[in-house]
Each structure stands twice: as C-alpha cells, then as structure tokens.
Design a binder for this molecule. Structure first.
Ligand code: LER
Ligand code: MN
Length: 267
C-alpha cells in the first residue's frame, strides 16, 4: 500500500476536508517533505495543469487520483440531475477530469457529483441515471488505461448509496468491470456496522481509500481503530493508496505527519 495526501485547488472548498490549500507547488513540496508517495488533487475545472508534471518529477511524487467534486461544489452539476442538459454537462465534466488525470497515469473519482434523488427525480430514476453514467464512463476511463472510482457517501451527502455493500451491488449490476469503489473511512464510520468487515466484503472491488479518522482529522487524531481496517485491506490484497482526505487540523503539517506515522505503524 502506498501513501497519498490531498491538495485542493478549489477556492470554494477552503473549509473542505483537504490537507493542503495553497497551490500545487506548496502542496507537492510539503507532501514530499512529509514522506508521501503521491498527491490527490481536487481541481476547480478540467483545464490543463501546466506545472503539475514538473512538480511531480521534481518531488518524486505520483498522482494518485483527481476528484471531480468541484463539478458539484462550483458548477452545480450532478450526474443524476433530472434535466438531461445538465446531466450531459455533468458527464462532460467528468470526462474532462478523466482525460486530465489519465495524462498523469491516474484515475478520476466520482463522489459528490453522484448527486441525490428527490430534487426533480424519483429514487429509481436517479439510480438509473447513475448506473447509466457509470456504464458509459467506466469504458471511457478504460480506453485511457485507468479505472474509475465511485465513492459511496454518508447519508447527509447522498441518499443513493451509503455503504460499501450497496456499492458492490451497484458495481455488480453494471455492464462494465472498470468501476472500482472508493472506501472513505469517514463516510464508513457513519454508515458501516463494522468497517473492517465491510472492506473484507467488498474485496477486490476496492480501488482507492480515503484514509482518515472518525472526526475527519488525520488518521490517529480521532477514535477510529485503524489496525483491523489495515489488516482487512491486506487480507483483500489491496495495493492502492491510503490517501489523507482530512481537515488540516491542528494544521496541515501535523495532519500530514500524523497520517504518515499511522501508515508506517500499521502497513
Ligand atoms: C465528500 O464527502 C468526499 O468524501 C469526497 O471525497 C468526494 O468529493
Ligand atoms: Mn472522500
């Protein structure tokens, strides 16, 4: 398993659960200094990131993934919008991020952009739109040589799918095998009866992990027991990233240092 840490370039997400907020150069330098293998970036658009290749090379970092959440946070686009025009725009946005991430050998993440039902759609319609989208975007990402990550979110952020078990059911209902689950321990802490058991149940469907504590601070600064969770990840043969998607509390560097210490201790 490898380590990664989040950099947000989205002004509207300054208060969001991302560790670094002061640009790519600052985030990459601090991620490397803290000993991370990779960065995950939350981008404001799918415009090119001209400084990224040089920064990754300079700091011997990889790109772990790119988040599409600003499609919702900034542009109010949802993949399950009842309006076909807006849905098409949302799909176009995710395709743009898939293209951008693939340039650096990384996948894109669908989290907040999955939206929710009940705002112009029935539950069945919204789920139908989500599956349609994943069936279209899974193969699109495959053409670029990357999986696509789908992230179940807690009940306060979506009413579509909240647990890894539900996530597995969705994936197994798709025509594509190229969509993998993002297991975010913060969401799982709210929704799962047993986080380690949920990981074991999801098995090889797990493609990425947001590695964080119960209070969305760095792993090690809350009351989550990460030992059994990491053991479960080892048991399913997970060899992807443990990515710190956490609040920069008490400050970004302490958050980074604590995450790395927890990873070193357990992995
Ligand atoms: C949102 O709560 C989250 O966990 C992000 O990774 C998705 O945008
Ligand atoms: Mn997450």
């Amino acid at each position: 398993m490898k380590s990664a840490i989040t950099i947000s370039l989205v002004e509207e997400a300054r208060k969001g659960p991302f560790v670094y907020h002061d640009g790519l150069a600052d985030g990459c330098a601090r991620a490397a200094a803290a000993g991370f293998d990779a960065v995950e970036i939350f981008v404001p658009s799918f415009d090119p990131l001209p400084e990224l290749a040089g920064l990754l090379e300079q700091h011997s970092l990889k790109l772990a993934a790119i988040g599409t959440g600003a499609g919702w946070v900034k542009h109010k686009l949802s993949l399950t919008d009842g309006d076909p025009d807006k849905r098409a725009k949302a799909i176009g946005y995710v395709k743009g991020v898939i293209d951008l991430a693939a340039e650096y050998g990384a996948p894109a993440i669908i989290g907040s952009m999955q939206g929710k039902s009940g705002e112009g759609t029935t539950h069945e319609q919204a789920i139908g739109y989500l599956k349609e989208t994943l069936n279209a975007l899974g193969p699109y990402a495959k053409e670029k040589g990357q999986p696509l990550f789908y992230e179940p979110l807690n009940r306060y952020e979506t009413n579509l799918f909240n647990t890894l078990t539900e996530g597995v059911e969705v994936l197994e209902s798709l025509a594509t095998d190229n969509v993998k689950l993002l297991a975010d321990l913060f969401h799982m802490n709210i929704e799962e009866a047993d986080i380690a058991q949920a990981v074991l149940g999801a098995g090889t469907h797990v493609g990425h992990v947001h590695f964080v504590d119960s209070n969305r601070r760095a792993a090690g600064l809350g009351h989550m027991d990460h030992g059994p969770i990491v053991e479960a990840l080892k048991a399913i043969g997970y060899d992807g990233y443990l990515c710190a998607e956490a609040f920069p509390l008490p400050d970004a560097d302490t958050c980074a240092k604590t995450t790395i210490e927890t990873i070193k201790k357990l992995v």
